[in-house]
Design a protein around this ligand. Structure first.
Ligand code: SF4
Length: 65
């Protein structure tokens, strides 16, 4: 099982990831990009967001279930 993570320190809030993959990425109440908690992530769309991110700050992280 893996989930996308965003390196907030590098993120410039361009919102490109939200445009490409709105079911996963959103701006939280603190004004930062956050990853929605989903049982399964739409891999092709997340991969697209990773490609699209100008700061290269989205990556996959393996999580233990
Ligand atoms: S595409 Fe990258 S830099 Fe742009 S808002 Fe998303 S995580 Fe931040």
């Amino acid at each position: 099982m893996k989930q996308p993570v965003v390196d907030i320190g590098e993120c410039t809030l361009c919102e490109g990831c939200i445009e490409v993959c709105p079911s996963v990425f959103f701006v939280n109440h603190m004004g930062y990009i956050e990853v929605a908690e989903l049982a399964v992530y739409p891999e092709p769309m997340v991969d697209e967001a990773i490609k699209y991110c100008p700061e290269d700050c989205i990556s996959w992280e393996e999580i233990l279930t």
